[in-house]
Design a protein around this ligand. Structure first.
Ligand code: CMC
Length: 418
């Protein structure tokens, strides 16, 4: 494709065109500033590509999501989370030998250093588990320093994946005042997490297969989503050559916000408010449309999807089935369905192309599994770990990678004297 042409103040500049493997078009402006003195301005980066990537493809207009070329629907139906993690991080699905080794490594690195238990003791019981997770992931860098060589990095990737679920489960146990439950080597990744979450010393705990299956699907659906807020944070922090744990800890913090992963907790709180208020969902749709009300329909809308979020489509389909298998009836599911139906018929939502996103139905399934509401975003983080790691690794391995350093248009005072 011919270069794009930009005319600025009578001067013409050529901008090379880059075309992605799915035909996406990008204008390369890397030389624009040195040639013209001008920068591009795009608050929120809605029209800005920050990197080349071969990990995840999203087509927001058509509601397509693929990891390394595989449609999310196929992965969610046919694969285990550890296989998808391997796919994202190493580029291909593992063969049997690779998978056995990967599973073995994840199992045998799942203990955290005993001293780290003292950190949990320092947090107040009501500490939000996302704050605990972020701090504990950052503190892993003290135990497993990164000399920058590839072997250290590879081992730390395994350690992070293996230990994050132990940290997440310990933070929950701490919050309810129960003894920590150590990982078990005979359980799968998901089953082990559920065991550390729910087992108590007095009884034998066997994770219900329906819970294991639901967790597998949820983790896969959250595993990557290209350059979203938390992933861009991981890349930004990592671009200064900060270590893996520091970079991912920053990603956990970015995910915590209610416009991002924190929305899954807010969705349930919103549905509960509607239920307590007589289940008048129409009132809340009207409220979400009111420009003077500080209220949004949580779990609705997306920067990239202007069609159904394919993850929400899968979850909506699965919510009934999963709750049925678990023998759970949840009035919040009816409210969610009604809210969605009314919103999707409403001109405000139609014009703005606002659809349910991944957070709209995920919380209902977590609730049915008995996962407490303040752990929902931690569940999102556990799922997103392989994506963050893959993106961090891709950025580190990129020979053309540079430190992230956007510019600004200064709008403040011009020079003045004190
Ligand atoms: N309820 C009501 N109105 C909305 C909503 C909503 N959930 N989302 C967007 N809008 C309106 C918004 O008011 C604006 O209207 P107008 O053009 O009249 O000013 C228009 O739609 C465009 O919204 P925006 O805020 O410019 O869109 P964005 O791309 O900057 O924000 C979003 C995307 C996801 C932050 C936003 O849709 C939102 O706040 N949704 C609720 C929070 C949520 O569910 N977040 C989870 C996102 S998916 C999981 C993840 O990957 O993090």
């Amino acid at each position: 494709m011919d270069p794009a042409k930009l005319i600025l103040d009578g001067n013409e500049y050529e901008l090379p065109v880059v075309i992605g493997s799915e035909g996406e078009i990008g204008l390369d402006i890397t030389k624009l500033r040195s040639a013209s003195g001008a920068i591009t301005l795009d608050p929120g980066y809605g029209g800005t590509g920050s990197c080349y990537s071969s990990i995840t493809y999203i087509n927001g207009e058509e509601g397509i999501l693929r990891y390394r070329g595989y449609p999310i629907e196929q992965l969610a139906e046919k694969k285990r989370f550890v296989e998808v993690a391997y796919l994202l991080i190493y580029g291909d699905l593992p063969n049997e030998t690779e998978l056995d080794l990967f599973r073995h490594q994840l199992t045998h690195h799942s203990l955290i250093h005993e001293d780290m238990k003292k950190f949990f003791e320092g947090f107040p019981a009501e500490a939000h588990p996302m704050g605990v997770l972020s701090s504990m992931i950052s503190s892993l860098s003290s135990y497993y320093p990164d000399s920058g060589n590839g072997e250290d990095i590879d081992l730390n990737i395994i350690r992070l994946l293996a230990k994050a679920k132990t940290i997440a489960a310990f933070s929950y146990k701490k919050s309810i005042g129960q003894p920590y439950v150590y990982p078990r080597n005979d359980l799968s990744y998901h089953a082990d997490f559920l065991h550390m979450l729910y087992a108590v010393p007095a009884e034998e705990y066997v994770p219900p297969p329906a819970h294991e299956e639901a967790l597998n699907m949820l983790l896969i659906l959250h595993a990557d989503h290209e350059q979203n807020c938390s992933t861009s944070t991981v890349r930004m922090v990592g671009s200064s050559q900060a270590n893996l744990f520091a970079s991912i800890s920053a990603g956990v913090s970015a995910l915590w916000g209610t416009l991002h992963g924190g929305a899954n907790q807010k969705v349930i709180q919103m549905l509960q408010t509607i239920l307590d208020d007589g289940a008048d969902y129409r009132k809340y749709v009207d409220l979400a449309k009111d420009p003077n009300a500080d209220f949004r329909l949580m779990g609705f809308g997306h920067r990239v999807y202007k069609n159904f979020d394919p993850r929400a489509r899968i979850l909506k389909g699965q919510a009934d089935k999963v709750l049925g298998q678990m023998g759970v009836e949840d009035p919040l599911l009816d409210i969610a369905r009604n809210l969605e139906r009314i919103a999707l018929e409403d001109d405000y939502f139609i014009e703005r192309r606002l659809y349910p996103n991944v957070d709209f139905y995920s919380g209902i399934i977590y609730r049915a599994m008995g996962i407490p509401t303040n752990m929902f975003t931690v569940m999102f983080a556990l799922g997103r770990l392989p994506g963050w790691i893959a993106q961090w690794k891709e950025m580190r391995d990129d020979p053309h990678g540079r430190i992230y350093r956007p510019r600004q248009i200064y709008m403040g005072e011009t020079e003045r004297s004190v």
